[in-house]
Design a protein around this ligand. Sequence first.
Ligand code: BEZ
Length: 211
Amino acid sequence: MALLLGDDAPDFTADTTAGTVNFHEWLGDGWGVLFSHPADFTPVCTTELGTVAKLKDEFAKRNTKVIAVSVDPIESHKGWVSDINETQNTTVNFPIIADPDRKVADLYGLIHPNASNNTTVRSVFVIGPDKKVKLTITYPASTGRNFAEILRVLDSLQLTANYSVATPANWNEGEDVIIVPAVSDEAAKEKFPKGWNAIKPYLRVTPQPNK
Ligand code: BEZ
């Protein structure tokens, strides 16, 4: 059974490039991103992990820890990290889980047998401070991810966790947001003192409330 939004993010203890990690303990009270890649020493994965390393400050700004996983063993990960650092001009600064027995892969449904029987797909899980799954995205091995989108989604998830708003298509931090339909106009007057533009009664646009 696949992990669904709102489910508990499964806990585990695993060997990583940063030592043994107990996942929930390691996450602490903040947000987390767990992302899988098909295999070490492959070109697209090399660019992905390098990209994530360069976004360290962006994830930190969002109080978010990042952890990668594939079914390769720890020695392979360690060797590959040198290649990532060299070719992507960065320093890998997050743990990579070694999952040769597929414990994490099974818990998170990272192997899609009709895509590949023995490698993990490119999945992303965003986990909230309550250890619930807030977002899942899955890409095939042939398509590298857009990590700017992961940061954008984190901004939306963190905003909408705290305010009665939703974010429209292609929204970016700082842009106008939508008042959720469950909030009456009466209640909105108190919650959104900057006011709103009612394009339709169900489509009320307001400035981002925490700006
Ligand atoms: C890659 O990371 O380049 C890759 C990995 C598995 C299949 C295809 C591409």
